[in-house]
Design a protein around this ligand. Structure first.
Ligand code: NAP
Length: 410
């Protein structure tokens, strides 16, 4: 069970890593709304000086950590008395170990050391940064076995699964670690996880119609306001592919028992099917503050609601299978997940390289999947025991992906 203190025993300390991003800023809204239930002990981000200064002035944390050294110079002298400034990628690790709950809202592979440090310190990890779990799974799973450590997912789909399992089976999902470096054993009554996908901005379009889509079109998500990387991942369905691997690692369910359905309304956030045939779903408005608040308050519930469904407006809930021909990234993610070992690290690295190239206008949208496929074609398996092994696998994949981008560049 959760090792967090009971409610009423004073505010619970929270470290928000990635505080300047979409998840981080919404986490601060949750802390504000919870009215004294939590205290922000540390803030950490990459380089957004103005926002960090404003957040520190409001929240008066003990520590502000900035990864970018030049940004940190600008921030010096702008923090409240009593707030320490830590600088460089290593400084993020101070923020990752210094509170009862660590919210990892960093985007991409850069979040890996934060995840591992928080778990090794025996903290609750409120995990938004799915890339760290996917790329570094064996190392993260080993760290998860640290006494006191637990992962409560922030990704809305996995938060939904967590809620369904916690409420219907009375278990603490994922609390029982598996063999060293492996996912936990799935609950014996859990038959299937059904992850819902909004379908992104290009739902219903065919591959031929998507050759020339612009960055602006890919960033126009119909239901969620998110950072650019995850928004592009949603447009290719790679986000759902990453979430399939994330679900496997969080809940120990095999890939054949993880299904994806497209649900354009984004109201059913995911479902579990149990051994007696019952399907349990979690429904709510599409608002990330709910899963963030859940991950902070679990096993309690926040008293503050984030949206309430108006059933007079919800006239229908649609479900359809994903189109794997138009969105091959989802299939590639299943392949990498099933291969296991360092394959998900390669998938993730290739995707990050390809998405960056797309956002910078260097490749077309369909080339994202091509770059990932070409990188996986060159996959060279390696064992991931230490964090350095994950860094090496990531670097090897990035080299191949960069060459694939160069071949497809425009
Ligand atoms: N946004 C959502 O609704 C949502 C939903 C589900 C899951 N997630 C997951 O949550 C994570 C964050 O997504 P997001 O949409 O919040 O991203 P975002 O808006 O782009 O924010 C990213 C955050 O990470 C920080 N960061 C970037 N590179 C860093 C580095 N090298 N070192 C330290 N900090 C760094 C940024 O700091 P600076 O801006 O100061 O550089 C910023 O605070 C992703 O893994 C995403 O998949 C997000």
């Amino acid at each position: 069970m959760s090792a967090l203190r009971q409610r009423g025993a004073g505010p619970v300390g929270v470290s928000i890593v990635g505080s300047t991003g979409s998840i981080g800023t919404q986490a601060i809204e949750v802390v504000r709304a919870a009215g004294g239930q939590f205290r922000v002990v540390a803030l950490a981000a990459g380089r957004s000086v103005e926002l960090l200064a404003a957040q520190a002035a409001e929240l008066q944390p003990d520590l502000v950590a900035v990864a970018d050294a030049e940004a940190a110079v600008e921030l010096k002298g702008r923090l409240p008395a009593g707030t320490e400034l830590a600088i460089g990628p290593q400084a993020l690790l101070d923020a990752a170990g210094c509170a009862e709950i660590v919210l990892n809202g960093v985007v991409g592979f850069a979040g890996l050391p934060v995840t591992v440090t928080a778990l090794r310190a025996g903290r609750r990890l409120a995990l938004a940064n799915k890339e760290s779990l996917i790329a570094g799974a064996p190392v993260v799973q080993a760290a998860r076995a640290t006494p006191g450590a637990e992962i409560v997912p922030v990704d809305s789909e996995h938060c939904a699964v967590h809620q369904c399992l916690a409420r219907s089976l009375g278990s603490d999902p994922g609390a029982e670690p598996g063999a060293a470096g492996s996912p936990p054993a799935a609950h014996r009554s859990l038959r299937r996880i059904v992850l819902t996908a909004s379908g992104g901005p290009f739902r219903g379009r065919r591959a031929a119609e998507l050759a020339g889509v612009t960055v602006e079109q890919a960033l126009a998500h119909p239901t969620w306001q998110m950072g650019p990387k995850i928004t592009v991942d949603s447009s290719t369905l790679m986000n759902k592919g990453l979430e399939v691997i994330e679900a496997h690692e969080l809940f120990g369910v095999g890939y054949d028992a993880i299904e994806v359905v497209v649900h354009p309304q984004s109201i059913v956030h995911s479902m579990v099917e149990l051994s007696d045939g019952a399907t349990i779903a979690q429904l709510s408005m599409p608002d990330m503050r709910l899963p963030i608040g859940y991950a902070l308050a679990y096993p309690d519930r926040l008293d503050h609601p984030f949206g309430s469904l108006d059933w007079s407006q919800v006239s229908r809930l649609d479900f359809e299978p994903p189109d794997l021909d138009t969105f091959p990234c989802l299939r590639l993610a299943y392949q990498a997940g099933r291969a296991g070992g360092s394959a998900p690290a390669w998938l993730n690295a290739a995707n990050e390289v390809a998405v960056t190239a797309f956002l910078e206008g260097r490749i077309a949208w369909p080339a994202i999947a091509d770059v990932v496929a070409a990188t996986l074609d060159g996959y060279d398996a390696s064992e991931l025991v230490e964090i350095e092994d994950v860094l090496a696998a990531d670097a090897a994949a990035r080299r191949i992906a960069a060459a694939a981008v160069a071949r497809r560049g425009r």
